[in-house]
Design a protein around this ligand. Structure first.
Ligand SMILES: C[S@@+](CC[C@H](N)C(=O)[O-])C[C@H]1O[C@@H](n2cnc3c(N)ncnc32)[C@H](O)[C@@H]1O
Length: 433
């Protein structure tokens, strides 16, 4: 029975638009975003849904079946429906499910973002009460039908740029269109949707319209061929809850105890690390102020690294800041002094003695905070130059670069690939004076 249903299902392959594959931006080398979920992460996602008793489960973008495979191990009697645009998905799934005689499985080779998918699925398969999904890490070229998908899920008014929507939002919205009332979805979402300020409105809408049962921050390395940062989110149709449990899976695969945050805080970020980090005052009599309240100037360099190379001038980049120098005042005279040449121009900026340099972008940006003791280096746009009154300089440099400060910066940095730290976040750094 298993094989017969799969072969019949290939008839839907006409739902794959011929030009689709050339019309999208992808974050990594794979244009279909085929970064498969590692087996333990698939199991963790299903464990989070273990209280459910589903009868029909949908996996949009099923790929090699990491999530479906974990699901059928847990719920042996479910009916499974997988969808993928990639013709290689079906052979993978057939191999994975080989021998599962009692499994009722149907596979559709189709574009999961087709407007017509819900009609097709509902007419052939009826209601879907549970879904799992790890969307491709790509940004598909905008198509008219996407507006309807977003609209029906309630997300059309909260996207920063409607025509530049991450596939994760579209897959999330399409799942929500497809699921029956009170159905549950376990989905993997990129860190940008969970943490970026530009998606705050999206998170607000998500939390207002749906019930978020849990969000779990995953360690890098949770997917094959990428070290993208992502989170598991379990949600269902139904009203909002008062608090959202946030968790984190550590590198050694331990699940940290849940932190319950209010809805407004969850809209700020759905990230465990962000809320878990509280800076403790070194002494009880210390007064806490924000870095922003002391800052005289904060800007980032104006040259890209490539521009610096083309101009054949040394420009200080994040890679020039050694983690071993964190918290030190450094002599940067080796980067030259171009003040004379730059007189009269405000377009190219340089740092000067007394400034504090903070990496804005990078995997370990929190370990790259130094002071300038000498020199006037040009800096790239990946580095912030911070100026505070002289009497606070030592204290600010030390607090930004000590263990507590590094943990705080790491908790504020976000990004699917290289992390970044926004100016707004940096200015909220808590200082104790
Ligand atoms: C990140 S992989 C996830 C695969 C699998 N669910 C897992 O967790 O390992 C994304 C999957 O989406 C599929 N995909 C990409 N664009 C699609 C589209 N428009 N319609 C259907 N599937 C798509 C890719 O072929 C790939 O298998």
């Amino acid at each position: 029975m298993y094989t017969a249903i799969i072969q019949k299902a290939t008839e839907y392959s006409q739902m794959v638009p011929a030009k689709l594959l050339d019309s999208q931006r992808h974050a990594g080398p794979d244009r279909l975003g085929r970064y498969y979920t590692k087996a333990d992460i698939g199991r963790l996602l299903i464990d989070q849904m273990s209280g459910l008793t589903p009868s029909r489960l949908l996996d949009l973008g099923a790929g090699g079946g990491s999530l479906s495979g974990a699901a059928i191990k847990h719920w042996s009697n479910i009916e499974l429906l997988t969808v993928d645009i990639d013709e290689r998905s079906l052979p993978h799934l057939s191999r994975l499910f080989h021998g599962c005689e009692s499994l009722k499985h149907s596979h559709i080779r189709a574009d999961a973002l087709s407007q017509r998918l819900p009609q097709l699925i509902h007419s052939r398969f009826g209601h879907i009460d549970t879904a799992v999904c790890n969307p491709p890490f790509i940004t598909p070229k905008w198509r008219k039908g996407f507006a309807m998908i977003l609209e029906e899920a309630g997300f059309s008014g909260c996207m920063p740029v409607l025509s530049d929507v991450d596939a994760a939002v579209l897959f999330l919205a399409q799942n929500l269109r497809l699921l029956s009332t009170r159905a549950t979805l376990g989905i993997i979402l990129p860190d940008s949707l969970i943490s970026a300020a530009k998606y705050r409105q999206f998170r607000k809408e998500l939390l207002r319209r749906y019930c978020i049962h849990r969000a779990i921050r995953l360690p890098r390395g949770s997917f094959s061929n990428t070290d993208a940062l992502a989170h598991i989110v379990i949600l269902s149709k139904g009203s909002e809850t008062a608090t959202v449990p946030l968790q984190k899976l550590t590198n050694d695969r331990t699940l940290a105890p849940a932190l319950h945050v209010g809805i407004d805080d969850a809209a700020e970020r759905l990230d465990f690390d962000y809320h878990a980090h509280k800076v403790v005052a070194p002494r009880s009599q210390n007064v806490q102020v924000s870095l922003g309240s002391l800052t005289e100037e904060l800007w980032r360099g104006s040259l890209s690294r490539t521009q610096g190379r083309l101009a054949e001038v040394p420009v200080l980049h994040t890679s020039d800041i050694r983690p071993s120098d964190a918290g030190k005042w450094c002599d940067l005279s080796d980067f030259g002094d171009f003040r004379k040449q730059l007189r009269g121009t405000t377009q190219v900026q340089y740092a000067e003695p007394g400034d504090i340099l903070v990496a804005r972008v990078g995997r370990n940006l929190e370990r790259k905070v130094i002071g300038v003791s000498a020199g006037f280096p040009l800096i790239t746009d990946c580095v912030y130059r911070l100026k505070v009154p002289e009497k606070f300089r030592d204290s600010v440099l030390s607090q930004l670069s000590n263990t507590n400060g590094q943990a705080w910066l790491a908790s504020r940095a976000y990004g699917v690939g290289a992390k970044q730290l926004t100016k707004v976040d940096l200015l909220t750094f808590p200082l104790f004076l």
